[in-house]
Design a protein around this ligand. Structure first.
Ligand SMILES: *Cc1c(COP(=O)(O)O)cnc(C)c1O
Length: 394
């Protein structure tokens, strides 16, 4: 067994352990020479062979397989309850590997709210080689049947979505897709496997930007795929090696380090987000708060059944329109004005001109009076005070 030999780690049957234990131990062998408890960063690009074509420990060449990367891949698979995990150099590289499962002239259905870069990859990169797509409102799973044609093979969804925090019913969507003979992929970046496990709800594959909550410290760009679908697993493994957009040993180490504290970080992200949602809801300059934890949120009941917490992302709209949104976004001090999300520090951004500029004019276009918060794990009093001060400028 590569990378996670239970004899070396003294940790057998990871799947019988709880989530937090698996995050810390699954796939992460102790250093066999020293007993070191941290998975070493293995920098070798090549590995000694006992005989021609007989590598000593299963490793030959580091694009194909690297011990630190394997530890992260096995840990991810364990957290998503998947048979296979694959680590990539970025979330988009992971998405690209899945999209390459499709043939030219195939058709893909995606939700009408998604990460801007996902839309750009589907539209501008895979679109050029013949993939067509239709963006539909997946809050109504029947819209999948309406958009389905004889070339449709895959449905791609995020939930909660970026940046509108719309919630889609994973189980219902996946069963519709399977009835029609397709494959369902869920981008689980916002929820993380701690709050939501799409494979257990019927998804064929889960994709992550590990740059966000999994890494969790704004210091590593990474991506991952988890799946128990054997044809997809074979395909993604092939593309990972054949194209080579792999996670580096150092990035794999950093991501594993981040994942060890995922559960405690997510608990605090959720707690802080819920408190800020109350502040926003009561504020006279705010016209709407988008957060799945609100009873008034249209997806609240679904979120309650498929998520164990509502996450650290909060979006809101301002009565004063784009000018007010821009003023708030530039007026905070504890919240940093920046793209990205999911790390310990709080961030604020204006999706219309920042992360989602590439969706302008498409079905995925976002409102201009929208502000998105990635709520971090700082002292809640500081976050409340900072946001209140910024809202006063709106
Ligand atoms: C950031 C993000 C991606 C892209 O991941 P990268 O690591 O930036 O390539 C995909 N999906 C979602 C939901 C994201 O937030």
């Amino acid at each position: 067994m590569i990378g996670g030999d239970p004899l070396l780690s003294g940790f057998e049957n990871p799947d019988e352990h709880g989530f937090e234990t698996r995050a810390i131990r699954a796939g992460q062998p102790h250093d066999p020479r020293t007993g070191g408890v941290v998975t070493p960063i293995a920098l070798s690009t090549t590995f000694a062979q006992e005989n021609i074509g007989e590598p000593k420990f299963g490793y030959e060449y580091a694009r194909t397989g690297n011990p630190t990367r394997h530890a992260w891949e096995q840990c991810l698979a364990s957290l998503e309850m998947a048979s296979h995990g694959f680590a990539f150099a970025s979330g988009l590289a992971a998405e690209d590997a899945l999209l390459r499962f499709l043939e030219p002239n195939d058709h893909l259905i995606l939700g009408d709210d998604a990460y801007g870069g996902t839309f750009r990859l589907i539209d501008k990169v895979h679109g050029r080689t013949g993939l067509s797509h239709t963006a539909v409102d997946l809050t109504n799973p029947e819209s999948i049947r309406e958009a389905w044609n004889e070339s449709t093979r895959m449905v791609w969804l995020e939930t909660p979505t970026n940046p509108m925090l719309t919630v889609f019913d994973i189980e219902k969507i996946c069963s519709t897709v399977h009835e029609l003979g397709g494959i369902a992929v869920v981008d689980n970046t916002f929820a993380t496997p701690y709050l939501q496990q799409p494979l257990s709800l019927g998804a064929d594959a889960v994709v992550h930007s590990a740059t966000k909550y999994l890494g969790g410290h704004s210091d590593v760009v990474g991506g991952a795929v988890a799946t128990s679908h054997s044809a997809l697993a074979e395909h993604v493994g092939f593309v990972q090696n054949a194209v080579g957009a792999v996670a580096s040993p150092f990035d794999s180490y950093l991501t594993l380090r981040g994942v060890k504290t995922l559960a405690v970080r997510m608990d605090r992200h959720c707690e802080n987000a819920e408190k800020l949602v109350q502040v926003l809801q009561d504020h006279s300059r705010v016209s709407e708060v988008l957060y799945p934890g609100l009873e008034s949120h249209p997806g609240h009941e679904i979120a309650k059944t498929q998520m164990s917490g509502f996450g650290g992302m909060v979006s809101f709209r301002l009565k004063g329109g784009i000018e007010a949104a821009e003023k708030v976004a530039v007026s905070t001090q504890v919240f940093t004005l920046a793209e990205s999300l999911g790390a310990v520090e709080s961030l604020i951004e204006h999706p219309g001109v920042m992360t989602h500029a590439s969706t302008a004019g498409s079905a995925l276009e976002v409102p201009q009076d929208l502000v998105r918060l990635s709520v971090g794990i700082e002292s809640i009093e500081d976050l409340v005070e900072d946001l209140e001060r910024a809202l006063a400028t709106a």
